[in-house]
Design a protein around this ligand. Structure first.
Ligand code: ATP
Ligand code: MG
Length: 411
């Protein structure tokens, strides 16, 4: 992609009212733009990052036979009355009427809808177990949307639901999902910790939150004998005297729901003895858009973002001293083509502006590797390969295809 064609709009200055580093960076690097409180556009760079996060999640879940589906955002009141949550979910649930005066909500979560889907298909114990998931939008009319994607009103979530005929089988799948979660966060370059949690709103028999370390997180916790325990914000001072208090962002949450929803919604199966029993369920969430900020919190410096390669919107920047009609044009194009061909997404900065400004933009938007074609290129075919994560620079001599191979071995 040529920079001049890309819809990338970075900002040199930033609203100093913004709090979290990740929020500042997401605006400054042009990942997102606010439409209204808690509502954001994803611009091309932000959208690419989101898609890469989704791909990692899909790969890990598909690998353990979770199956992807898609459910509507708008949900009918009747289903929420069946589960008994229409009047208890709280003000986060945005309700409205359609032209026929029927009531609906924007789904803050999808237990009701997924049960309604599955109960029409499943009758016998022979049809279990299985796990369904979707990656999609949720709407929660949060009282205080905060820090951009960290707490939005409309946000992206991966939600999975598992269905079982025994608690042992639920435990097995819960553990499989738990392992998949740590694989996902590891691949995304996130440092996280699992915290046994209070099931809260959703209710059930056991749950664990996965929290990414960040000083802007809303969760506080301490660690004792290798076990993390959540504490309240107003307890921080008390615990600080005796413990190190950590802070983090909840990026995932897994629950053993048991039969809470299936009993309420008359969702049963026929067992081996021909008797009806309520289906046993688990549910598993990941805050997909919130993860963008969690990654930003853990990967930045004074120049901007340092994306892990797995989620970078572009992997490589090519920054020539001059472009159009210059001696650099042909070689820059050749490099762009060669890297794109092997799947290294490349941003060729063809803009007619100073080298310093181009390097600043590349570092702000967080491209992991830069090829800098400067003065030494004309003289001795020398150029620099720079590593955004470490700041390391290597001087290389351009030798066509061989050089591409040499760089591929290093990035
Ligand atoms: P929180 O405690 O942060 O309000 P929650 O416990 O209500 O979150 P869950 O119902 O467990 O959230 O949703 C699953 C995941 O969705 C959470 O772990 C979080 O990563 C993400 N999430 C929840 N609410 C929001 C929000 N308002 N904006 C962005 N992500 C969110
Ligand atoms: Mg939660």
């Amino acid at each position: 992609m040529k920079y001049s064609k890309a819809f990338i709009h970075t900002e040199r200055t930033i609203n100093d009212k913004l709090d979290a580093t990740s929020h500042k960076l997401s605006i400054q690097a042009g990942l997102i733009q606010q439409v209204s409180a808690g509502l954001y556009d994803f611009l091309p760079l932000g959208h690419k990052v989101l898609s890469k996060i989704e791909s990692v999640i899909r790969e890990e879940l598909n690998a353990i036979d979770c199956q992807e589906i898609s459910m509507p955002i708008v949900q009918p009141k009747e289903l929420w009355e069946e589960s008994g949550r229409w009047n208890v979910y709280g003000k986060e649930m945005l309700k409205f009427k359609n032209r026929d005066e029927r009531e609906f909500c924007f789904g803050p979560t999808h237990e009701e809808v997924v049960i309604d889907l599955v109960r029409t298909k499943i009758t016998s114990y022979k049809q279990f177990p299985f796990t369904l998931y979707q990656i999609g939008r949720k709407f929660r009319d949060e009282m205080r949307p905060k820090n951009g994607l960290l707490r939005g009103k409309e946000f992206m979530m991966k939600d999975a639901y598992s269905f079982h005929t025994s608690n042992e089988d639920l435990d097995r799948e819960y553990n499989a999902l738990r392992t998949a979660y740590f694989n996902i966060f590891n691949r995304l370059g996130l440092k996280v910790i699992g915290i046994p949690a209070d099931p809260g709103e959703i209710g059930g028999d056991g749950s664990e939150e996965v929290v990414a370390f960040s000083k802007f997180g809303e969760d506080y916790f301490i660690e004792e004998n290798g076990v993390a325990t959540k504490i309240e914000e107003n307890e921080v001072e008390k615990y600080s005297a005796t413990h190190e208090v950590y802070r983090g962002i909840e990026v995932g949450h897994i629950f053993k729901l048991g039969t809470k929803y299936s009993s309420a919604m008359n969702f049963n199966f026929v067992n081996r003895e021909g008797k009806k029993e309520p289906v046993i369920m688990g549910c598993y969430g990941i805050g997909v858009s919130r993860i963008v900020n969690a990654i930003l919190e853990q990967n930045n410096d004074e120049k901007g973002i340092k994306w892990p390669v797995a989620v970078a919107p572009y992997t490589l920047s090519i920054i020539p001293l001059k472009y159009q009609g210059s001696e650099f044009e042909a070689v820059a194009l050749e490099l762009e083509k060669a890297f794109e061909k092997v799947g290294v997404s490349t941003l060729l900065d063809d803009r007619d502006m100073g080298m310093g400004a181009k390097i600043k933009d590349s570092d702000l938007i967080g491209v992991p590797f830069k090829i800098i074609l400067g003065k030494r290129f004309s003289e001795a075919k020398e150029f620099e390969l720079e590593f955004r994560a470490t700041g390391e620079k290597k001087v290389l001599v351009y030798k066509g295809e061989e050089t591409v191979k040499e760089i591929l071995a290093m990035i």
